[in-house]
Design a protein around this ligand. Structure first.
Ligand code: AQP
Length: 344
């Protein structure tokens, strides 16, 4: 048992096109954890600028992610919702972690390789050191649990390595400053339930992603009912009928993805979805999925749009959340400074 108080932290980048993968893989988990944990949910704008962002679009996207959190049911009074750049401890601790993490660790990060692609020399330094900032986001609150999609698993492992190395590198000083069992917790990823990896509607081997050029690859949370139905109708599938059991989905990534999405939206295990739809063709499964998606996402998108019409309210939520976040983060970073040996 860890001696650290359980605390949840997670973030979403305000890079536009918030999609069903973000919703099922992360935001629905954020909502569920509110009943059992103290939660801090962050719109990670410092991460967003690792790739160039249009300033006006960035401002809008910060509000849009906030609106998605609130519309989905995150309570900004009981818990904390804010944008990362308002709390300077994130960037300050990230610098410390730049000096703790090793080049070799970051060189292994698959997300950097995928995002930088063939243009590695031209990628921003921030894109490379992004996982150090992510570790700082979590650890500046000494958070113990981090709900994320499957794609973030490797970054979470790195955050644990960084916490561990800091605890070891400064063990004596940490003890001297009154922390008996290490300073940082080793944060646990919470990658559970269905839809931890929602795939593209156009290619079942790629994850659904904000940055994929084809809008038909994803369902955006603000898509209209007609658009949701159209995207599901056009989703790539194979010619076979649905199997009666999950084993029959093997080697059929597009079919597995749609069935998984259905299950996640309906709150049913895949077995049950296949019990209902086994033997059905996509011509009958897709309309049922579209109906369900519209039923679940329609009200969410409407609420998001209403909230977006009141930017003053959203900004006030973020300022209030940042103030409360700072009250937790600043003393932690002050302790880090003392542990390292800085003055002041
Ligand atoms: N396809 C997905 N399935 C399940 N979960 C997903 N997440 C992202 N894509 C999927 C989870 O959503 C949270 C926020 O992600 P992010 O904003 O940090 O962006 P990302 O992980 O880089 O993925 P995106 O949204 O698709 O953006 P791009 O196109 O930039 O790669 C995280 O918990 C993530 O796991």
């Amino acid at each position: 048992m860890s001696h650290f108080t359980p605390r949840v932290f997670s973030g979403v980048q305000p890079t536009g096109n918030l999609h069903l993968g973000n919703y099922l893989g992360a935001i629905t988990k954020f909502v569920a954890l509110q009943d059992t944990h103290d939660c801090i949910y962050c719109i990670v704008d410092l991460h967003a600028i690792t790739l160039w962002q249009d300033p006006r679009a960035l401002t809008r996207n910060i509000r849009e992610v906030t609106a998605a959190f609130l519309a989905a049911g995150v309570d900004p009074q009981k818990h904390i919702v804010f944008n990362q750049s308002q709390v300077s401890a994130h960037a300050e601790l990230a610098w410390v972690f730049n000096c703790v993490a090793r080049m070799g660790w970051l060189n292994r990060m698959t997300q950097f390789k995928e995002k930088a692609g063939k243009h590695r020399e031209n990628a921003s330094v921030g894109l490379f050191s992004y996982p150090n900032l992510m570790a700082a986001d979590i650890l500046t609150y000494r958070a113990t649990h981090v709900p994320v999609g499957e794609d973030q698993k490797q970054h979470l492992e790195l955050a644990r390595d960084i916490a561990q190395k800091f605890n070891t590198d400064f063990a004596a000083s940490i003890k001297e400053h009154g922390h008996e069992n290490g300073f940082f917790p080793l944060p646990e990823p919470l990658i559970t339930g269905p839809a931890t990896r929602v795939m593209s509607l156009r290619d079942g081997s790629k994850k659904m992603s904000k940055s994929e050029p084809s809008d038909y690859s994803r369902i955006n949370l603000t898509d209209s009912a007609d658009m949701i139905a159209k995207k599901i109708r056009k989703a790539r599938t194979d010619p076979e009928a649905l199997p009666g059991e999950p084993a029959g989905l093997e080697g059929r990534p597009e079919a597995a993805n749609l069935v998984g999405i259905f299950g996640a939206l309906a709150g049913k295990p895949v077995e049950e979805v296949l019990r209902d739809f086994g033997g059905a063709n996509f011509s009958s499964f897709k309309p049922a999925l579209a109906e369900l998606a519209v039923e679940k996402l329609g009200p969410l998108g409407e609420r998001m749009n209403e909230l977006m019409d009141d930017p003053g309210y959203i900004d006030a939520v973020l300022v209030d959340g940042a103030e409360r976040a700072r009250r937790i983060a600043t003393p932690v970073y002050d302790d880090v400074k003392k542990i390292i040996g800085f003055i002041g």
